[in-house]
Structure formats: C-alpha cells, structure tokens
Ligand binder design. Structure first.
Ligand code: GLN
Length: 483
C-alpha cells in the first residue's frame, strides 16, 4: 500500500480490506528501516501513532469516518503538537513540548488522520537545502549525496521515500515547492490567509503559509480540504465559505490560458530543467491550453526584497526565544543580559543568527527607509506585475528551481548562491498568491524536475484541476526512488 493514493487508501480503509493499525504499522516499520539513512524524521512516536490508528479503526467501524480517517500523516516540526516534542530543528527548542496543538494539527486530528511523527527541516525554516537543521541534514531519497531541498525537506523526503503518504509543510519563500520539486513530489502553498498560522512557529509572519505535500494534485486537494478554513486565533486568517478543493479536478483544460514568463527561462536556468519544463508546456497545449507570453519585469527584485523583509520579521519573531519563556537557557551567566546573550548564542545556529543580524540592521533607525521601506515598495511592484499578468492568463507556469537537487555541502558556504535557489518561488509569497510544484520529468543525474504554477488569489481549485489533468496524462508523479 505504500504507493497508493489517498483516495485508494481511503477506499481500502472504508472497505475494511486494510485496517489503520496495519497501515500505520507498515509506515512505521518503513521509517525504522529507512530513516537512519534519510534523516527525514526528527521525532517518531510509535505508541501514540498506533493508539490514534486504533481510534481511527473504531471510527471507521462505526461508519462516521471522513476521507482521511485512518491515513498516516507526517507533520513538519514547525507545527506544535500537544505532548509530542516540537523542535523547529533548533537546539533552542530541542526539548520543547507544546501544551496545545496547532490549528492544522487539530484539523487533521478531527479528520481522523494518524500522526506518525515530526519531520526534519531547516532551523526555523531558514534554508533551501535542509542543511541548517540542528539534527543534521536530510538526504534526498533519489540520491543520498544530494540535498532534498528546504526548508520542508524532511516532509518532501518522507513522501518521496514512501515513509508517509502525506505530510504538512510551510512556505515562506518556497519551502513547500522547492523541496517538492527536488524530491519529485507535489506541494501547494495556498493563498496567504487560507490556512491558519496558529501554532505554526513564526518565521516571517506576512509570508508564512502552511500547505499540503503529497504524491499528486488529487491528494493535495484532499489534504487542503482538511487544512483550510477560518480560525479566529490567527488575525490574518480569512473568513470565507468552506470550499471542496476536489470539485474541479476533472474539468477539461480546453481554453485554459497558461502564462509563460520570459524572465523565468533566461540566464541561470539549467538546460536539463528547461527541457523538462518546455516538454510540460507542450503537454499542456495537447490538453487544450493555450500558451501566452507574459512578463514579470520586477521578479528579479524578489530575492533582494525578500532578504530584507523576511529577516526583518524573523528578528522580531525570534526575540521571544530569550531563555526565559521558551527553550534553551544557558547553564551559567552573570546577570539577566548575560543570560539572554548566552542562551541565544548557544541556542541558535549560524543561519538563524545571520537572519537576526540582517533583520535588526534593516529595521534600525537610519536604515529603515533605505532598506525595509524600499523592500515594501518592491513588494507592491511585484504584486502589481502579477495583477497585470492575470489579465491575459489564468495560471503561470515555469520551473520551480533553477537546477535539480545539488550535492550536500555544495552551496552551504555561499549564502547568496543558496538564496538564489528560490528565485522563481519567492515572488508568490511576496504577493500572497497560491503556488504549487508538481513533478514534470528528470534532469541531470536522474534527479526530479518540478513544474511551478502560480494562480490568482483563491484559484487553488483551478490550479489543482490544471495539475490533476496533467497528472492524468503523464506518469512523472507515480515515479518513486528505488530506496
Ligand atoms: N529558502 C528561503 C529562506 O531560506 C525560504 C524558506 C521558507 O520558505 N521557509 O528563507
């Protein structure tokens, strides 16, 4: 059952041809066997997972199941879970146990999904390769010398290696889509405000958005049905009527206008990735879509704008980790100031410190106008580019990342090189638009390539439809690494 879709699992569980306890045991055994090599999970709680599975079986027997009841799930270790350690892959929170569940965790519990454990990630979601984790890097299941992408690299690797049929992720500048691309799975970042951020440890609050990661668009739709919805505890959560994200999956694509941004096919894009993405565009034409040339002239400014705004918000969000309220406290100190300093110096890794320094700098008196205010103006220009583009197209397609998965260590001492990995994904976060990545072929070294899709606000259903029809016509999303 490890390759089954969520729908197939749901049908098998409802028909009682497999029990949730059996299914959960199968995935837990696979984690035991493969996680030592992949390091995709930070924490696994077998006993708790099996207890939830038994409760799901009881619910299935009573006939009050939802489509996800009894299906195992992995949560990125940025979502707090009551009674189960939440580390955010940081030494700062190495032993932190939350007294409450994140909204997303509650929603999946209510649906009857079974939590297998918490997945590895870049520390506080800062990174594109999963190498900044205090718990060590995750390995890409397609080639364990390569990175899985980041920051939701543990979730991506877990789904790709079939350690879990579905996983949650968060995306501040590409952290769902880029690892999905590098691991050959599907991932969706919803419109900002569609998924509650309550209990999702904050990195850059105006950009952070949780979303689903799974093998196919159909699976993502089923997950999003559980994840999305208004939550009064997140002040930016949107109050909208509940949607069924599976409703448009089968719609034909005839007449779909696909925008192709010229800026995303130029310098910096590797030829193997370009070839796979161009083949996908041709497939969309076969499915009845029409390609429209578009321009996103300010998209080249998205990385610099992001690396001012995201660190600024991070420097403020991470001030709560002071050795008093949460997490690590230095063993020895002279006074209160010294305790703050030592606790933070010991608790945070190098990338997190770099972000806090940049963020504090750009917000400081005298530099605020030159950096932070300027970046906010660029943010507006970037959003306006999309508004103009969506006058002539329904969705925008292009590459998710400039290359296939690079090797561990290859970019870790050059932050700018690392930051440029998100050149195609960051603009959607700055604009608050929904975006996703689906597998569209293989490039150098037989590693997966991701196709990036951006839609207009609340176009999730249409995007899932466009991805699903492509996945019905191709089989890239069914390929699994031979691990
Ligand atoms: N790679 C980007 C960063 O390092 C984005 C991370 C994310 O989306 N959480 O900030």
């Amino acid at each position: 059952m490890i390759h089954a879709s969520l729908k197939q699992l749901s049908i098998a569980l409802a028909a009682r041809s497999v029990s949730s306890v059996e299914l959960t045991t199968q995935f837990l055994d696979r984690i035991d066997a493969l996680n030592p090599a992949l390091n995709a999970f930070i924490t696994v709680d077998r006993a708790a997972a099996l207890a939830q599975a038994a409760a799901a079986d009881a619910r299935l027997a009573q006939g009050d199941a939802s489509p996800l009841t009894g299906i195992p799930l992995a949560h990125k270790d940025i979502f707090v879970t009551r009674g189960l350690r939440t580390t955010c892959a940081s030494h700062m929170l190495e032993h932190y146990v939350s007294p409450f569940d994140a909204h997303v965790v509650e929603q999946f519990k209510a649906a009857g999904a079974v939590t297998l454990g918490k997945t590895n990630m870049d520390e506080f979601a800062m990174g594109s390769s999963n190498e900044t984790s205090f718990f060590g890097s995750v390995k890409n299941p397609w080639d364990t010398r390569a990175v899985p992408g980041g920051s939701s690299g543990g979730s991506a690797a877990a789904v790709a290696a079939r350690l879990a049929p579905m996983a949650t992720g968060t995306d501040t500048g590409g952290s769902i889509r880029q690892p999905a691309a590098l691991c050959g799975i599907s991932g969706l970042k919803p419109t900002y405000g569609v998924v509650s951020r309550y209990g999702m440890i904050a990195f850059a609050s105006s950009l952070d958005q949780g979303g689903p990661m799974a093998k196919s668009a159909e699976d993502l739709a089923l997950m999003l049905n559980a994840m999305a919805g208004f939550d009064a505890r997140d002040s930016t959560s949107l109050e909208r009527p509940k949607e069924d994200y599976t409703r448009d999956l089968e719609q034909p694509l005839a007449g779909l206008r696909v925008g192709v941004p010229k800026e995303h096919f130029g310098e910096g894009l590797n030829a193997d990735v370009a070839a796979a993405v161009e083949a996908a565009l041709a497939e969309y034409q076969k499915l009845g879509a029409q390609l429209v040339d578009i321009s996103l002239p300010n998209s080249r400014l998205s990385v610099p704008a992001y690396y001012v705004i995201a660190p600024a918000e991070a420097s403020s969000n991470l001030s709560r980790f002071d050795g008093v309220r949460y997490g690590h406290r230095a063993a020895e100190y002279t006074d209160l100031q010294d305790m703050y300093k030592k606790s933070r110096a010991e608790g945070f890794g190098a990338e997190v410190k770099r972000r806090i320094l940049i963020g504090t700098y750009v917000l400081s008196h005298g530099y605020y106008d030159a950096y932070y205010l300027k970046a906010q103006k660029l943010r507006r220009l970037i959003a306006q580019d999309f508004a103009r583009a969506f006058e002539s197209c329904d969705i925008i397609l292009g590459p998710t990342a400039p290359s296939v998965a690079f090797n561990l260590g290859e970019k870790s001492d050059d932050p700018v090189k690392m930051y440029l990995n998100d050149i195609y994904t960051i603009a959607a976060n700055l604009a608050g638009l929904p975006a996703m990545s689906i597998p569209c072929g293989f490039g150098a070294g037989g590693l997966p390539v991701g196709l990036h899709m951006v839609g207009n606000y609340f176009a999730e259903s249409r995007m899932l439809n466009a991805a699903h029809r492509y996945q019905r016509a191709t089989d890239w999303h069914t390929r699994a690494p031979s691990i």
